[in-house]
Design a protein around this ligand. Structure first.
Ligand code: ADP
Length: 632
């Protein structure tokens, strides 16, 4: 039978148990010197990482990892001495999930004594403060980093109260002002440390920063004299002013930084800028001299940027055009003053030169200030530096007079050859009739002389024909009568005809099938005739001439090779010019006007093809031309 008192006792014991059990503070009760666990609430079990099967087991048995961490010894001492042990932020390693983990605890071991004062157990309360400690450590670390950053930037900090003139600053400030570390710095010391010339500036900026109305941003650069170490330094001081309820500034605080280096660097920069300016002035001088000289020159002189835009023209050019420099410079140049008929081609050639970097040359008519077109030979060369085009230098030379003379010469040639043609044709007709009559009368010798006369008349006819062709070419009146024909066949027939004109030379044909071509048959025949007769004429001591045709990249190529006197290398390209004849000991004995190759190359050019020569002096020449196959 359970009595009331008993019941009451049990009930109150239950209440205590529950309170202890649910308390968020870890609580444990250990009995006897062996520390048998009597009570271990949820919170303490959580710390230990154990279940409630620890009850009635010894403290040492369930936390063997505490061996060597002094805890067992402390507990034993509390039991022996009866004195409470308290620890704060005590570091302990406890096993969790098979690993030793670091914890920090605030804990107490309090002895429990019987009425006679004998210790029978120990009550243990603890608080896990691990999280707190870790956060504090992190904070300390970041503080350290901030301090480190401050010192890396060589920033010093200061704090000044304008009301009582008290100044507090750190070691860095002290250093920058050149004070030894062991000194106590007063406001008056600070004032003494300022470079005298900068004193007024510092004072005025500070007064404006702490002025209740102005509140000017405080960011100044000034010099310190280095009171004790005599080192002059540039420093930058930045600060914020704070104002009380009465709008009086009671604090201005901020940082100082050593900027002696930066100032020195910027001094260096100033020197560099001055040097560059000097160079620029020198260059401007040179440009002025260049302009001065070019303005005297009797040609139009100009320079252009790499995009073709004109950036300089000399006075002569402006005088010719009757314009101001600003109307020409920075524009697309002369284009709008060029004769409409010459514009397109000159622009195309100029653009091509700009793109390829090859010299520019073109003849065009340029409108002068009176509105008259004058022929100009325009040339330009790229100025190259470090492999890059920097600029174009150009000239326009007045060739109007030359052109007029040329026109007069062409007119004369045209008229003269026309006038010559008719009588020569009748001479030829009469000679042929006379020759036939004499032969019939048995006057063989006389008939032969007439025949020779006939062949001279033929040469005369050819020369007149050439002159006529040249005048036609020069005036743009060379006409073509184009048809489809078998190219190889025409070459073959022409060469066969030519074979009759020479006994000495063997014309060897090496002709590939070329198919049909759309061109002027007679003009092509004329070109082949010119090449073959030249080959015969300029190889008096050899007898072989090879005529070869082939198809190459959709073109027909014809080459005539002789083994005669050849052409010096530096003259080879000039043989296609009008009236050009190679001069030399060997050449002067050959008759000719220097027109055949000019006419031939013009014909081929106008048919859309090309003409060229390979030659070795003394070994022979190979003249070739190519024509596009399927061009209509
Ligand atoms: P021409 O023969 O009437 O002088 P061309 O225009 O046909 O005029 O030729 C120009 C010049 O080129 C000739 O004067 C000659 O010096 C040179 N030339 C032409 N063909 C040959 C060749 N096959 N071998 C050497 N020189 C040649």
């Amino acid at each position: 039978m359970i009595n009331d008192a008993d019941l009451q006792f049990r009930q109150s014991e239950n209440i205590y148990r529950t309170l202890i059990e649910e308390s968020p503070t870890p609580i444990g009760l250990y009995i006897g010197r062996d520390m048998i666990i009597q009570v271990a609430n949820k919170a303490i079990l959580e710390i230990w990482g154990k279940g409630d099967d620890v009850i009635n087991k010894s403290y040492h048995a369930i936390l063997p990892e505490l061996e060597g961490q002094k805890i067992f010894k402390i507990l034993d001492e509390v039991f022996t001495t009866g004195i409470t042990y308290e620890a704060t932020e005590y570091q302990l390693y406890i096993e969790r999930n098979g690993e030793m983990q670091k914890f920090y605890f605030n804990f107490t071991f309090k002895p429990l004594k019987d009425s006679e004062g004998n210790v029978w157990g120990v009550i243990n309360t603890a608080n896990d403060v691990t999280e707190l400690i870790l956060i504090r450590q992190k904070l300390a670390e970041s503080e350290e980093q901030t301090l480190f950053a401050l010192s890396a930037a060589e920033l010093g900090t200061w704090n000044f109260n304008p009301l009582n003139k008290s100044l507090v600053w750190d070691m860095r400030c002290q250093e920058l002002f050149g004070f030894n570390h062991d000194r106590y710095i007063q406001f008056s010391d600070f004032l003494r440390g300022i470079y005298p010339d900068d004193f007024e500036y510092v004072k005025s900026e500070t007064l404006q920063a702490i002025d209740k109305d102005l509140r000017k941003n405080f960011d100044i650069k000034f010099r310190t004299i280095g009171i004790e170490n005599k080192q002059l330094r540039w420093i930058r001081a930045k600060g914020n002013a704070y104002f009380n309820e009465d709008n009086a500034c009671n604090r201005i605080a901020g940082t100082v930084q050593n900027i002696t280096r930066e100032i020195a660097d910027s001094e260096e920069q100033k020197k560099l800028i001055a040097a560059v300016k000097l160079k620029n002035d020198e260059l401007n001088d040179q440009i002025k001299q260049f302009e001065f000289v070019t303005n005297f020159m009797p040609v139009q002189l100009w320079t252009a940027k790499t995009n073709g835009e004109l950036d300089f023209v000399n006075q002569r050019t402006l005088d010719f055009l009757g314009k101001e420099a600003k109307e020409i410079i920075g524009t697309e140049g002369f284009l709008k003053y060029i004769h409409p008929e010459d514009q397109e081609a000159s622009l195309a050639i100029w653009t091509q030169s700009l793109q390829s970097g090859t010299p520019y040359q073109y003849e065009f008519r340029l409108e002068d200030k009176k509105g008259n077109y004058k022929w100009q030979l325009s040339r330009a060369l790229p100025f190259i530096n470090d492999g890059k085009i920097i600029k174009w230098f150009g000239t326009n030379t007045d060739i109007d007079e030359q052109k007029q003379l040329q026109r007069q010469k062409d007119d004369f040639l045209g008229i003269a050859s026309h006038e010559l043609k008719t009588p020569v044709t009748s001479i030829k007709a009469y000679a042929q009739v006379l020759g036939a009559m004499l032969a019939k009368e048995g006057e063989q010798k006389k008939a032969e002389m007439v025949l020779r006369m006939d062949s001279q008349v033929n040469r005369l006819t050819n020369l007149i024909g050439d002159l006529l062709d040249v005048t036609k070419i020069n005036s743009g009146r060379l006409l073509f009568n184009k048809t489809w024909f078998d190219f190889k066949q025409v070459i073959k027939e022409t060469v066969e005809d030519l074979q009759h004109t020479t006994q000495k030379h063997k014309l060897i044909q090496d002709l590939a099938e070329t198919g049909q071509i759309f061109s002027d048959k007679d003009r092509i025949g004329q070109v082949v005739t010119n090449l073959v007769t030249n080959a015969i004429k300029y190889s008096p001591y050899t007898d072989k001439i090879i005529i070869n045709t082939k198809l190459e990249n959709n073109e027909v190529v014809v080459c005539v090779q002789d083994f005669g006197i050849g052409i010096p290398e530096d003259k080879a390209d000039r043989v296609f010019e009008q009236f050009y004849r190679v001069s030399g000991d060997k050449q002067h004995t050959f008759p000719g006007l220097g027109l055949g190759l000019y006419i031939s190359s013009e014909i081929i050019k106008r048919e859309g093809g090309k003409m060229w020569v390979n030659s070795i002096e003394g070994k022979g020449s190979t003249f070739c031309f190519s024509l596009p196959l399927n061009k209509k």
